[in-house]
Ligand binder design. Structure first.
Ligand SMILES: O=C(O)c1ccc[n+]([C@@H]2O[C@H](COP(=O)([O-])O)[C@@H](O)[C@H]2O)c1
Ligand SMILES: Cc1cc2nc[nH]c2cc1C
Length: 354
């Protein structure tokens, strides 16, 4: 499944992009006046292979949840049970992602790809549902050994591909990434260091908000893990297995799945950024489908986006995860595409040119 997904990912369609650029020159606005939205709309035309590209609707956000053995190293102040407790909150519609999803008209799918705490029977609300797809009950501690086996990393990637397949089959026009996992900014930092070559201190942030001593310890844990595992960026599955997380691997698969279906995938924060690096290492053309929703306050997020050649659409200092930054950026993406559908040309509107 991974190989066929990678094989389906290809370059952008040049004629559709040429048509979109040409159309922009005829619309009733000074050339270039929509800034980054113009190049984004051109890229989405190239992704869809048609101009104008379809409006990115309906939107589907997938929140991949997992737990982390590295929690034992005290890299986060939050108890591990909060991962499962927040899943319950997502399913009853009480989290920030639910509020933003209601605003955006997006459906929320929560995927247990490896939560350590047993989940109770959870009722789905109108717009949220749970998929139980745990590969294992949390990773092992990456400070003392590999986080998971290669087979488990691959299985988690394939969970993400399957979710992307299902959401696209259900009609989704755009996929949004979300994540939930107490401790998951530590593997995200290690992945970003492994794929970009940045050092541990540059790639590591404060996550949910650790104090100075905990931050220094977290950097040391990431640095030691990189020394111990010496992850090889040309072996992305091996990198994910050594220093990643189940939700990071699943998100990498989800991104690949979106790219294989030529659907845009709107990335949330630092966890999505680390997964996007893995996806790009597996299939470089997957980058064409990626849109950086926002610039997370985590320093590793900016490193990941720079490595991918992506500019964030919004920068509001968010560091929540769950898909919240991606959801806030969705109207920007829709606006970029709507221009190509709805704006009059100078000829049709009788507006004089310079
Ligand atoms: O999206 C981000 O950039 C982001 C930045 C910091 C923290 N988070 C969220 O906070 C949790 C991980 O933080 P931590 O400190 O426990 O590693 C996890 O559930 C993430 O979704 C998310
Ligand atoms: C309360 C809480 C909510 C979250 N949402 C995403 N990560 C989170 C981490 C915590 C701790």
């Amino acid at each position: 499944m991974l190989e066929t997904t990678i094989a389906a990912i290809g370059p952008l369609d040049t004629p559709a992009m040429v048509a979109a650029r040409e159309r922009h020159t005829r619309l009733t606005k000074p050339a270039g006046s929509l800034g980054a939205l113009e190049e984004l709309s051109v890229r989405l035309a190239g992704l869809a292979g048609t101009c104008p590209p379809p409006l990115p609707t309906p939107a589907a956000v997938a929140v991949f949840a997992g737990d982390h053995g590295v929690h034992a190293q005290r890299v986060t102040p939050w108890p591990q049970e909060v991962t499962a407790q927040m899943i319950a909150n997502f399913l009853t519609g009480g989290a920030v992602v639910n509020a933003f999803a209601r605003q955006a008209g997006a459906a929320v799918t929560v995927i247990d790809v490896g939560v350590a705490t047993p989940l109770p029977d959870l009722p789905a609300t109108g717009t949220s549902r749970l998929v139980r797809a745990a590969v294992r009950a949390g990773t092992a501690d990456l400070a003392t050994g590999p986080a998971m086996t290669r087979d488990e990393a691959r299985a988690a990637i394939e969970v993400g591909i399957r979710i992307a397949d299902d959401l696209v089959a259900g009609g989704a026009g755009i996929l949004l990434t979300g994540d939930m996992g107490i401790g998951n900014t530590t593997p995200a930092a290690a992945l970003i260091a492994a794929f970009t070559g940045a050092d541990a201190a540059a790639a590591t942030g404060r996550g949910t908000g650790v104090d100075d001593p905990t931050y220094a310890h977290k950097v040391a844990v990431v640095a030691a893990a990189l020394r111990r595992h010496a992850p090889d960026p040309t072996d992305p599955v091996g990198v994910l297995a050594a220093v990643g997380g189940l939700e990071h691997a699943a998100l990498a698969g989800f991104i690949l799945g979106a790219a294989a279906h030529r659907r845009p995938v709107l990335l949330d924060g630092v966890i999505a950024g680390s997964a996007a690096l893995a996806a790009a290492a597996l299939a470089p053309d997957a980058v064409h489908a990626m849109i950086a929703g926002h610039r997370s306050a985590e320093p590793g997020a900016a490193l990941a986006l720079r490595h991918l050649g992506l500019d964030a659409l919004i920068d509001l200092g968010l560091r929540l995860g769950e898909g919240t930054g991606a959801l806030l950026a969705l109207p920007v993406v829709t606006g970029a595409v709507r221009v190509l559908h709805e704006v009059a040309t100078f000829d049709s509107a009788g507006v004089a040119q310079k």
